[in-house]
Ligand binder design. Sequence first.
Ligand SMILES: [Zn+2]
Length: 412
Amino acid sequence: MSFDEVKAGLLEEITEFEIIDCHEHLGPESSRTSTEVSALNLFGHYTHLDLNTAGMSEADYGKLHDSDYPLEYRWGLFRPYLDEVRFGSYARAAFIAAKELYGFDDISDETYQELSAAMQEANTPGIYERILRDKCKIRCSLTQCGSTDLDSEILIPLMPTTNYCSITAWEQVVERARNLGRSVSTLDEYVALMDAGLAKWCAEGAVGVKSRCNPYPDGDRQQAVEAFEALRTGTVATIPELHPLNTWLMERLFELAPKHDMVVAVHAGMWGNFTLLDVKHMIPFFMRHPETTFDLYHLSFPSVHDAVIAGKNFANVYTNLCWTHIMSPTMTRQGMRELLDFVPVNKVFAFGADYGSQAVDKVIGHLRMAQDNIAHVLAERVTDGLMTSAQAVEIAHKWFWDNPVKAYGLEV
Ligand SMILES: [Zn+2]
């Protein structure tokens, strides 16, 4: 069989899978259905960056999503930039969504009004079910929106570690303690507060916490006690986020996570000064906390090789392809080739669309790109004689379903 035939066969099987969506920022559905939507929603979220980079001002970008301005005016602001961003992979997800969800072959001067009307008509309760479950075959989406109150069977929350292990002023300690009906005056009491906080999140359905790769300074207990006391007594008013106290607290949180069966998801790469978000910063923590399960996001773009080697060297690290397929299918394909070389197939998560509620339409676009990417790379292995098609399908199924179900202990 030719490569194209093998790929088409794999793709057909892979698109039949029910899947776990391993990372979103979807909030409660009402946050979507209570706002007016248009074709310009499809160029929000990640495409924001491409529009800015292409030259659109932040003020104009803000207007695109402000329905106080007429749609025609907003489209006019957007239109000059469409041709600059349309060939990028962020925009590809938008075009796929327009086609698959609303039946439009293009997003253009001719179609934007009708497409906007179709999107608004579909913007009603049940939209998550219709897009995520019916169209994408997603059983559940692991989401991060800073809340466990999601009112959905589909959404399963992860909560930010910074809610506990980032202290910059004493008032935060007081407020966090008050929220849990406690009072805190020592560092040990604060660690007990974090423990209680994790237990509460767990009881509310959270399956993990979200951290990020940063150049954290080393932090020992003595430094932590001194800084905590200095804040409590007012000797020092504020400390920076990257401070030995916060590193020390983060490591206590990493130790507490497995006690609550929580995974520590770790953002790696991409944004702004991406060198500060590199996976290399996390290696000492992966090594010091072997009992903690880490879900390493985004292949630490552009440090793909390093993310792959972290996945290879550390039994407690999973590599998660969330966000990668729309950042760059090219870089992701190369990363997946390296993952197949280096990393056991039970340690990879295939997909997380990584969108907020206003961009939920694009989950299907991202998913189709992920399915295509994975079928492509596995088909290479099959045509190279390194595996059979049946084995390739089995690997894809592990990546899309078995691995996240097992790592997160999902009851599905
Ligand atoms: Zn994200």
